[in-house]
Write a protein that binds this ligand. Sequence first.
Ligand code: AR6
Length: 171
Amino acid sequence: MTTVTLVRGDITRESVDAIVNAANSSLLGGGGVDGAIHRRGGPAILEECRKLRASRYGKGLATGQAVATTAGDLDARWVIHTVGPVWSAAEDRSELLASCYRESLRVADELGARTVAFPAVSTGIYGWPLDDGARIAVETVRAADTAVEEVRFVLFDDRAHETFVHRLGHR
Ligand code: AR6
């Protein structure tokens, strides 16, 4: 049974087995959560990302997929990088966003992670409407078949936090 918890704050300050990064396909860093994770986690994370690009992920990580690296100086054992879809009004990419949560939990299971912190993937620079992003996040995690004991959503501001509180109240 997975417990879902909510925290308002900076995901790079969390103590968990794995911190999920809202990355991009290049795996080589960016703004938002990604920038914060690389800044606070230090160069070891980028070094492993470069190795992934030089080996298995020559073309980058596809949208909806997830891959793990060290967590460097963060208070976690791993960072799980996932690539959310860019929001599109013309095309329904919900399944790709759900896949980010499912695949991240699958990687967490492979690693043996029991506590996993997620940001609200795609709801920043990638423009996904917060309420819908929260719905997909909560529904997907609740439906997942995983040995992860705690999924902690870490929301950066009051609005995002309240949106997730509201979503978690809906069954
Ligand atoms: N801790 C927790 N949540 C955060 C933090 C933080 N430190 N910083 C931002 N958020 P985003 P995306 C929230 O933009 O939309 C990068 O350049 C933010 O308010 O980080 O998936 C990547 O390299 C929002 O609710 O990720 C990609 O190119 C949520 O985290 C692109 O951005 C996600 O915002 C990915 O865009």
